[in-house]
Design a binder for this molecule. Structure first.
Ligand SMILES: Cc1cc2nc3c(=O)[nH]c(=O)nc-3n(C[C@H](O)[C@H](O)[C@H](O)COP(=O)(O)OP(=O)(O)OC[C@H]3O[C@@H](n4cnc5c(N)ncnc54)[C@H](O)[C@@H]3O)c2cc1C
Ligand SMILES: *[C@@H]1O[C@H](CO)[C@@H](O)[C@H](O)[C@H]1NC(C)=O
Ligand SMILES: *[C@@H]1O[C@H](CO)[C@@H](O)[C@H](O)[C@H]1NC(C)=O
Ligand SMILES: *[C@@H]1O[C@H](CO)[C@@H](O)[C@H](O)[C@H]1NC(C)=O
Ligand SMILES: *[C@@H]1O[C@H](CO)[C@@H](O)[C@H](O)[C@H]1NC(C)=O
Ligand SMILES: *[C@@H]1O[C@H](CO)[C@@H](O)[C@H](O)[C@H]1NC(C)=O
Ligand SMILES: *[C@@H]1O[C@H](CO)[C@@H](O)[C@H](O)[C@H]1NC(C)=O
Ligand SMILES: *[C@@H]1O[C@H](CO)[C@@H](O)[C@H](O)[C@H]1NC(C)=O
Ligand SMILES: *[C@@H]1O[C@H](CO)[C@@H](O)[C@H](O)[C@H]1NC(C)=O
Ligand SMILES: *[C@@H]1O[C@H](CO)[C@@H](O)[C@H](O)[C@H]1NC(C)=O
Ligand SMILES: *[C@@H]1O[C@H](CO)[C@@H](O)[C@H](O)[C@H]1NC(C)=O
Ligand SMILES: *[C@@H]1O[C@H](CO)[C@@H](O)[C@H](O)[C@H]1NC(C)=O
Length: 591
């Protein structure tokens, strides 16, 4: 089974001394694990279940029906096998994940022979009201339990799960999605000066649900390439790139205000007028860290026509791989000026695909871009210099370029993106933010592409997120928590490798090592002073604090210390996580 990498990626220290005196109970050195005497008894769970209206779930792995035992069911198992790699399918389960980092209950033929909950939460609250969220936070704090917050479970680096944790699952917290022709600040806060339209997202919705409301009201929102990604969770809080990002900035910039349940159970509005430090942290400082967002308002923009440009490039035969690689470099070099001229979008390429990629060629590049509010001839002249450069290789490489006029953003979105993607448990990836300056370093770029292309026997893909430049470069207001390196970014490049053999742990480890120390390093050499995109990051990145948060880290740490001083919220690589260590058993302990 070859993972569909192309698809899956496109849409791919505070001081404790004062607090220790005030709150010794909150400073247990480890979170209470299921094997510890402090773990709630069966009768305590029953009592807790009553405080959440009977919505407590003792979790069962998605693939449990495939294993001998009380859940065994051959027909159900066949269905699970067929839909295993469907991220929408996985998101329906309290412990279903698109990119499970550890797999303790694989489908038959996979990595496991037994089925356990493993590193995933043994209990989940299927929250449908704010009260359930508050009850979960209080219970975790009182019992010193690890907490996991999950919306869709799409996270690539394991931030919505955790060993021995109580999960607050907010996908069923649904209080409606409403359109505001003119944004109505819920606390008469005018400080963000937004006079346009807004959409109020009242809970744990995915983009699919919000796009419906946007389409009905003829507006554009900055949302995920795949509609199954959550709106207000990790996506927006981690930055959020989009087909509309070049035009309007990252998703994090679109958040006008949010209702948040804090670690102390209090509900607050975070906006430029209230808790502006929290507001800043939520706009790019990472999900699952500062509080739980239960609703939020995002900017909406008037619809516009779009000229789409799609391109494919492939060597006429594999003897011409060098010319193909030269053409790939020409395209990367052109991306900053193409984006300055209004074109942006996503692409992917490979030098050594295990299956044909473009036509019968196992090497190829394809991209799909669009220019908002332009004419076809404007886009053609914008592309003409690049087309001329590429034509110099036309005896050895095939280039096809098409232009399509779309009446609206959503016509363009659904024609070129908008496909739900495969869930992907068997790949490793790393991303890097590339600036205009780095993309103009011709020899450095050639060196990088040579390494990120990988080796013939590998299964390496590059994803081109040419969705920077434009509005991404300017900070629209002082309340931005994203890695400031984004403000110089034109291309977010991802290198991914599939495992091919999903059952060989040694091979998987070697692939991860190569991604971190060979492929990732090659991109870092080209753009040493930027960072990577945390939502599409390498979960083993030894330098994740610098790469994910950059110069935003001090203010994010300050917000963490202020709003969650006891460490009630924890997720791996999240701000504050460096004060904890996960032991081999899975148990989480303070450093
Ligand atoms: C198929 C697929 C397509 C993708 N496409 C894109 C894309 O087009 N653009 C892009 O930028 N990224 C994309 N991503 C990456 C995506 O941004 C991350 O996976 C992101 O973490 C998903 O957020 P989520 O809330 O849906 O997922 P979850 O795994 O449920 O949560 C992710 C993180 O957010 C936290 N969280 C969730 N809800 C809340 C909340 N309400 N309050 C506080 N914290 C919360 C969780 O604790 C966790 O830390 C894609 C991923 C997949 C699997
Ligand atoms: C919680 O209560 C509901 C309703 O009584 C029940 O269906 C569910 O199984 C209980 N959950 C747990 C973990 O016991
Ligand atoms: C595969 O299984 C081994 C143990 O059998 C485990 O250590 C490893 O983490 C698993 N790999 C993945 C990717 O889940
Ligand atoms: C969660 O609750 C919703 C209703 O809010 C329900 O439709 C769904 O089936 C529940 N999921 C599970 C796994 O209990
Ligand atoms: C989005 O969420 C809705 C529930 O609000 C669900 O029915 C639907 O399957 C999800 N769609 C996608 C594309 O994930
Ligand atoms: C931290 O823990 C102490 C002691 O349990 C508690 O009084 C305090 O409210 C907690 N603070 C937060 C923000 O959770
Ligand atoms: C261009 O359009 C033709 C006809 O619709 C199609 O067959 C071809 O795949 C397209 N090429 C690209 C690069 O999109
Ligand atoms: C694709 O097939 C054609 C003819 O069938 C052949 O000439 C060409 O070399 C092949 N291309 C590659 C990259 O294998
Ligand atoms: C290759 O490009 C040249 C211009 O550089 C053009 O004259 C020629 O027609 C092109 N050939 C093909 C096969 O497209
Ligand atoms: C170009 O990239 C290389 C890394 O391959 C780097 O060593 C060099 O300093 C870069 N040149 C410039 C001018 O930035
Ligand atoms: C990378 O460079 C090496 C050494 O020049 C060369 O043998 C190899 O073919 C290159 N790989 C690609 C994909 O261009
Ligand atoms: C896993 O792959 C390695 C080489 O990468 C090989 O040495 C080892 O025998 C394989 N293990 C299994 C169980 O196939």
């Amino acid at each position: 089974m070859l993972p569909d990498l192309k698809r899956s990626l496109l849409c791919v220290g505070a001081s404790f001394s004062i607090l220790t005196q005030a709150a010794p109970s909150a400073y247990e050195s480890c979170k209470c694990a299921p094997t510890d005497p402090c773990w709630p008894s069966a009768s305590e769970w029953v009592a807790f279940n009553k405080t959440v209206s009977g919505r407590l779930i003792k979790t069962v792995p998605v693939a449990a029906p495939c294993y001998k035992g009380p859940y065994y069911n051959a027909a159900a198992c066949a269905d699970i096998e067929a839909r295993w790699s469907d991220s929408v399918f996985q998101s329906q389960f309290p412990i279903g994940y698109s990119y499970p980092i550890t797999q303790s209950c694989d489908i038959p033929g996979g990595n496991t022979t037994t089925c356990t909950v493993g590193q995933d939460p043994p209990y989940a609250i299927n929250a449908s009201s704010t009260a359930h969220v508050v009850a979960g936070i209080h219970y975790a704090a009182d019992k010193n339990l690890r907490l996991a917050i999950k919306m869709t479970g799409h996270d690539l680096i394991g931030r919505s799960t955790g060993y021995g944790s109580l999960e607050i699952w907010i996908a069923h917290l649904r209080n409606g999605i409403t359109f505001e022709k003119t944004y109505q600040p819920s606390t008469s806060c005018k400080a963000n000066h937004w006079t346009g339209a807004a959409i109020n997202v009242g809970g744990g919705y995915n983009w699919s649900a919000v796009y419906k409301v946007a389409q009905t009201n003829n507006v554009i929102v900055v949302g995920g390439g795949c509609p199954d990604v959550g709106v207000l969770g990790g996506y927006t809080q981690g930055g959020g790139h989009s087909l509309a990002m070049h035009q309007f900035g990252p998703a994090a910039d679109q958040l006008l205000e949010a209702r948040v349940i804090l670690a102390n159970g209090q509900q607050v509005v975070a906006s430029p007028c209230q808790h502006s430090d929290l507001f800043t942290a939520l706009r790019g400082g990472g999900g699952g860290t500062y509080g739980i967002i239960i609703s939020g308002k995002i900017k909406a923009y008037p619809e516009t026509s779009i000229i789409g440009q799609s391109l494919t490039l492939a060597p006429k035969s594999l003897d011409h791989l060098a010319d193909f690689m030269a053409a790939v470099r020409i395209i990367y070099e052109a991306l900053p000026s193409l984006q300055d001229g209004g074109l942006s979008g996503y692409g992917s390429w490979t030098a050594y695909s295990p299956t044909p990629f473009i036509g019968n060629s196992t090497a190829g590049l394809t991209y799909s871009m669009g220019a908002f509010g332009k004419t076809k001839s404007q886009v053609q002249s914008l592309f003409a210099p690049t087309q001329a450069k590429l034509a110099q290789c036309n005896h050895t490489t095939d280039l096809f370029v098409n232009y399509t006029a779309y009446e609206s953003y959503f016509d363009y979105y659904f024609a070129t993106n908008g496909i739900n993607s495969a869930a992907e448990s068997s790949s490793a990836l790393v991303s890097r933010l590339l600036t205009k300056e780095s993309l103009s370093n011709s020899s450095g770029l050639a060196r990088m592409l040579n390494i990120t292309a990988g080796q013939p026997e590998e299964f390496t893909f590059n994803e081109i997120g040419a969705v920077g430049g434009g509005a991404v470069l300017s900070t629209p207001d002082p309340y931005s928590g994203i890695n400031p390196a984004w403000r110089q970014t034109y291309v977010m490049n991802i290198v991914a490798r599939g495992y091919l053999d999903t059952t060989n742990y040694t091979t998987a480890q070697a692939i991860h090592h190569d991604i971190t120390y060979v492929k990732g390093r090659a991109m870092t050499a080209l753009a040493p002073n930027t960072g990577s995109y945390m939502n599409e990051g390498d979960y083993q990145d030894p330098n994740y604090l610098k790469n994910y948060y950059g110069n935003a880290l001090p203010q994010l740490r300050a917000a963490k210390a202020k709003y969650d001083p006891n460490g009630t919220f924890y997720c791996p690589t999240c701000v504050g996580s460096d004060q904890w260590e996960q032991q081999p058993s899975g148990k989480l302990c303070r450093l």
